[in-house]
Ligand binder design. Structure first.
Ligand code: DHB
Length: 400
């Protein structure tokens, strides 16, 4: 019997064998592997940044619930892993997701060191790494496979300095968490306000782990500036505000200005009245006035026991949006280079406002809003009162 005849016989016999359950496992596995697109989401679900994990997982799941688990004929499977906020764990999980689970895309990364630990793997495996949280400007430069849907600290901090200059805030102290995003916030706020004729009298840096703000706040008081500009990562704002109030700052005539990470929507109710009047700059507020956002907030609350979405939720929601749009554009092709090419220049109406992916930097271009914490009914919100449109990351723009 020739090979040809043999294979033809097996082929003809296949339905019979499958009917007997002999071929079915292999066949169905092959078909499944071709048709399922796996997305590996790595987040800090435990530890001090667990609110980021909670918000981002909820948003990614809501997106799938609203848009269906099929794109371009492929089934979407989301795999969520907890890295506990430790970079070595993030890296190991990314490796396992790439090698064992054969994910087509990685998503998440709650803190800068966690995003950085995966960049070399994304490059090596040619797997898109969608950064939905971490916000140090240089992250996207660490791999051509990184695309970011969160924001950058220079993007948020420059408008805060510009607003300060226009509002007679000239002498400032900066107080930031001592790692990537804090150093970006410090540099871009300080440089902008100095160029505009202001003075930075001190740059204070607080450790990321177990921060005690009290000694730093004492130094702010001693310097008696017009304002203190603050960045702390999402989830740390309540601890900062508590010590700020305990030291009588709300009555000391020193204004608090910040990036929106401090007056995070996830914590604002917990912070309470001490936050009233704080002016800050950021890309998303749960009270952003658009039909898309109203529908999003309502659906998010409904699906999550009335939890209010914050900017982290929106980073993940848009990360999923970007993956769906890219798969649509490639007609289901999951090749890493094809997906990245599809993502470059992509634009859509986010719940935060209009956004696009800068094709040169793979960073998000978005509006930055100036907001003030106010009471709306019984709840506190960051109420947007001015908009700087289509802001690109200033760090990369400055290099051109
Ligand atoms: C980062 C983390 C945050 O929680 C945040 O609000 C901003 C930046 C970061 O580690 O990059």
């Amino acid at each position: 019997m020739s090979n040809h005849t043999f294979s033809k016989r097996v082929w003809l016999a296949a339905p019979v064998l499958a009917g007997l359950g002999l071929l079915a496992p292999q066949l169905s596995q092959t078909v499944m592997a071709q048709e399922t697109v796996k997305i590996g989401m790595i987040l800090p679900m435990t530890g001090p940044s667990s609110s980021t994990g909670r918000q981002q997982e909820a948003a990614a799941k809501l997106f799938i619930q609203q848009n269906g688990a099929t794109v371009a004929g492929k089934k979407i499977e989301l795999i969520v892993k907890d890295d506990t906020g430790a970079p070595d764990v993030t890296k190991r999980l990314a490796q396992e997701l790439i090698v064992n689970d054969k994910v087509s895309v990685l998503l998440g990364f709650g803190l800068t060191p966690l995003a950085l630990s995966v960049a070399p793997l994304a490059t090596q495996a040619k797997v898109p790494q969608i950064v939905t949280a971490a916000a140090t400007a240089m992250i996207t430069e660490q791999s051509p496979f990184i695309v970011r849907t969160s924001f950058t600290l220079p993007q948020a901090s420059v408008p805060m300095a510009e607003w300060s200059l226009k509002n007679n805030i000239k002498k400032v102290v900066t107080l930031v968490t001592d790692y990537g995003p804090g150093l970006d916030a410090e540099k871009w706020f300080s440089d902008t306000i100095t160029k505009g004729g202001g003075t930075v009298v001190e740059n204070l840096r607080v450790p990321l782990r177990n921060p005690d703000f009290a000694p730093f706040l004492q130094r702010v008081k001693d310097a008696s500036p017009d304002a203190v500009f603050v960045f702390v990562p999402s989830g740390f704002g309540a601890a900062f505000m508590k010590q700020f109030v305990e030291r009588g700052f709300d009555k000391a005539g020193i204004k608090l200005i910040a990036t929106g990470d401090v007056t995070d929507d996830d914590l604002l109710q917990e912070i309470g009245d001490p936050a009233l009047g704080v002016v800050n700059t950021h890309h998303y507020s749960a009270s952003h006035n658009s039909p898309e956002n109203k529908a999003f907030v309502e659906a998010f609350r409904k699906a999550n026991n009335n939890m209010r979405p914050n900017f982290m939720a929106v980073g993940a929601y848009d990360g999923m949006q970007l993956i769906y749009k890219a798969l649509d554009k490639t007609k289901g092709n999951t090749d890493g280079e094809a997906l990245i090419a599809a993502m470059k220049g992509m634009s859509w109406t986010s719940v935060r406002g209009p956004v696009s992916i800068d094709p040169d930097t793979r960073d998000i271009v978005q509006n930055i809003y100036v907001r003030k914490v106010e009471k709306v009914g019984t709840e506190l919100y960051n109420q947007e009162f001015a908009t700087i449109e289509a802001v690109k990351d200033p760090f990369k723009a400055a290099k051109k």
